[in-house]
Design a protein around this ligand. Structure first.
Ligand code: PEP
Ligand code: MN
Length: 338
């Protein structure tokens, strides 16, 4: 349920409404937008209905939310959400944010090198996994704690915020200390306990779509994070499983306009994991910007042949640089900039 407040509703009136919601065993969630301030009611809709909130001072109207996801829906928040990542870096605004870097942190020198390369080409966030979700237990699992420290050092040295993947809520203190954006990988999109823990923080979360999940499932996972109070969620479409086997996954490009219609959250595209092949990364990135994505997350490696993970999909620095130049033109054509 959404309680829409009158433009001049006082603090006392708002508090009175919030207290009543709590007294019903439900949770109020205040959202102040440009046009209106609203209180979302978290919990069973039927319980909320016993109270005639329409009659409360300061209330303009009361609306049930029809969608199964509530606080990530456009009904709750009409304007697009802008997620602040670091000073001067926000996702969901006019600027298309490119995040780039290796699949995994391999060693300090290489990470520093790639951080400087991608930053010079215009990336605003450095990506790199320290904890890797590998299909085989015998594949490289990541440098773990040491990798997190290297990412933090690279961030300080190159002056670029970092995004890195969490798999286990027990590692949360490490991520809160070092990461600017915490990534939830496709394989953990429905790890609800992890989502709830991340919801208790206020860190920006990059939530990747599970490879076998619908957009509705995806938005419900974002709702888990929201329902615990963290509104800093960035969605990432990274390809879904289809019968098509010429690419690693199939990029669901329609996810961008569909999500934009249903939700106020920003959407970025991962052209690397959906295709699995470096040669397709540039055309898919261009399509992503053209279709209205708020950002990209791209794998870049200075020597893909030697990469410990996902070498075949990594862009070499020169190719990444050329792509950034092309993306600027496309961004301009759709009223954005990079
Ligand atoms: C990644 O971005 O490092 C990754 C493992 O991606 P995904 O979860 O989309 O497979
Ligand atoms: Mn990868």
């Amino acid at each position: 349920m959404i309680i829409v407040l009158k433009p001049g509703a006082s603090k006392k009136e708002i508090k009175h409404i919030e207290d009543k919601i709590r007294a019903l065993g439900l949770k109020p969630m205040l959202s102040s937008g440009k046009e209106r301030t609203i209180i979302g009611v978290i919990g069973e809709e039927d319980i909320a209905r016993v109270q005639p909130f329409e009659a409360f001072p300061g209330v303009e109207s009361v609306m049930p939310i029809q969608k199964p996801y509530k606080f990530v829906s456009k009904e709750f928040h009409k304007e697009p959400s802008i997620i602040k990542v670091a000073p001067g870096v926000e996702v969901g605004g006019e600027k298309v944010i490119v995040m780039a870097g290796p699949c995994t942190v391999e060693n300090k020198e290489r990470l520093f090198k790639i951080a400087n390369i991608v930053k010079k080409s215009g990336a605003k966030v450095l990506r790199g996994g320290a904890f890797k979700p590998r299909t085989s237990p015998y594949s490289f699992q990541g440098l773990r704690d040491k990798g997190m420290k290297f990412l933090y050092d690279a961030k300080k040295a190159a002056g670029i915020p970092i995004v890195t993947e969490i798999m286990d809520p027990r590692d949360l203190p490490l991520f809160l200390k070092y990461a600017d954006i915490i990534q939830v990988g496709a394989r953990n999109m429905q790890n609800f306990e992890l989502l709830k823990e991340l919801g208790k923080t206020r860190k920006p979360i990059l939530l990747k779509r599970g490879m076998a999940n619908t957009i509705k499932d995806f938005l419900l996972s974002a709702e888990y994070i929201f329902s615990e109070g963290n509104h800093n969620v960035i969605l990432c479409e990274r390809g879904i499983r289809t019968f098509e086997d010429s690419t690693r996954f199939t990029l669901d490009i329609s996810a961008v306009p569909v999500i934009k219609k249903l939700s106020h959250l920003p959407v970025v595209i991962d052209p690397s994991h959906c295709s699995g092949i470096w040669d397709y990364v540039a055309p898919l990135s261009k399509a992503a910007v053209a279709v209205g994505a708020d950002g990209l997350i791209i794998e870049v490696h200075d020597d893909p042949e030697q990469a410990l993970c996902d070498g075949p999909q990594a862009l070499k620095p020169s190719k990444f640089d050329a792509l950034m130049t092309e993306l600027k033109l496309i961004a301009k054509a759709v009223g954005r900039s990079i």
